[in-house]
Design a protein around this ligand. Structure first.
Ligand SMILES: *Cc1c(COP(=O)(O)O)cnc(C)c1O
Length: 357
């Protein structure tokens, strides 16, 4: 059997959720969109269900997968509905939905729900992606309230740069949100992961942590005590000796400067390991640090074993996890941990959970 696998530590996931809730000081929706950032939405939601105040996903299809698996906690649709036909399912599955633009307002006004919808009204406080402009917030709230179709209205916004502690944009977003909503009743939700970890002024009624649940700190080096949830690992399947000057792999990107012992590892970009990772990207072989050499190919990659004489065929290779921070790989590859985690595929997923062991 091909040894490439992703080990998912559900105890670590619960640890991170509890840490988020403690740091934020009130309720937190666990964001499990995009298949729980590549970790498996149903397994992650089940592991969190006893603790979590609720979940957030991108769209109806993701929420339905969780309901079909027996998840009964509140689920928020972060992008709301895309068309009126989705409202039946919203009602049937008892979902909460974001309302972020005028068309969604009209859809709700025209609907005939048997029980009022729970709505999160999204305000654009400076990210300029989606959300009502601050000056339109009160009017949108009044329309929802007057529609008779809506019960509780939660007020929310989303940060563009909360992972940059020394940038003033986040403070400006908080004040714009507060000014726009000063006269409106209802719970507030501002903080994503970086907001939870770095911006106490953004701590309100509900947090929406995503990436931190999976143990990737949006502000690396902050020492927040998160535990990595995914370990992406495989094994050395062959070893080759290169003489000084010899090339390795596609495009001959790497040339041996010295006699080099190369470990070929069963892991490639078809598994989600980034092809853009440069020579020297950290990997761990039998617990020892070394680096990637040569271009990552579809089904395999190569690592430098020259200084690890005990390593050979069968040696365990960690691509990221407890020994190699996923943030370090992302930084080298010119991307973010979010993208690496979401991209993992083809490998076997194995789950560890001390509570259901
Ligand atoms: C994805 C998302 C989050 C979670 O963001 P993280 O940076 O992963 O914590 C929170 N809120 C909204 C609206 C989102 O789309």
């Amino acid at each position: 059997m091909r040894p490439a696998r992703a080990l998912i530590d559900l105890d670590a996931l619960r640890h991170n959720y509890r840490l988020a809730r403690l740091r934020h000081g009130s309720r937190a929706l666990a964001v499990v969109k995009a298949n729980a950032y590549g970790h498996g939405a149903v397994r992650c939601a089940r592991a969190l269900e006893a603790d979590a105040d609720g979940f957030a996903v991108a769209c109806l299809e993701e929420a339905q997968e969780l309901r079909a698996a027996g998840i009964t906690r509140p689920i928020l649709l972060l992008e709301g509905v895309f068309e009126p036909a989705e409202l039946d399912a919203v009602e049937r599955d008892d979902l909460w939905m974001v309302v972020h633009h005028a068309e969604q307002l009209r859809i709700i006004e025209a609907a005939r729900p048997a029980t009022p919808y729970a709505v999160w009204l999204k305000i654009n406080s400076g990210m300029n992606r989606v959300g009502f402009m601050p000056e339109a917030a009160a009017d949108a709230w009044q329309r929802l309230n007057a529609s008779g179709k809506v019960g509780e209205i939660t007020l929310m916004t989303h940060f563009a740069r909360a992972d940059e502690p020394h940038v003033i944009g986040t403070e400006a977003q908080i004040s714009r949100f507060d000014a726009a909503t000063a006269d409106l009743p209802g719970a507030r939700s501002l903080a994503n992961s970086a907001g939870v970890l770095g911006w106490p002024a953004a701590h309100r009624d509900w947090a929406r942590p995503g990436i931190l649940l999976y143990g990737a700190d949006p502000m690396p080096d902050a020492g927040n005590g998160l535990l990595p949830v995914m370990t992406l690992e495989s094994r050395v399947m062959a070893v080759r000796e290169l003489a000084a000057g010899e090339p390795l792999g596609y495009g001959a990107r790497f040339h041996a400067e010295r006699p080099t012992r190369v470990g070929l590892v069963a892991m490639g970009y078809a598994d989600g390991y980034p092809r853009s990772a440069p020579d020297g990207t950290p990997v761990s072989v039998d617990g020892q640090p070394t680096g990637l050499i040569g271009r990552v190919s579809m089904d395999m990659l190569s690592v430098d074993l020259t200084d690890l004489p005990a390593a050979g065929p069968g040696s365990r290779v960690e691509l990221w996890g407890n020994e190699v921070p996923v943030n370090a790989v992302a930084q080298g590859a010119g991307t973010i941990a979010y993208e690496l985690l979401c991209n993992v595929k083809r490998v076997r997923f194995e789950y560890r959970d001390s509570l259901s062991a």
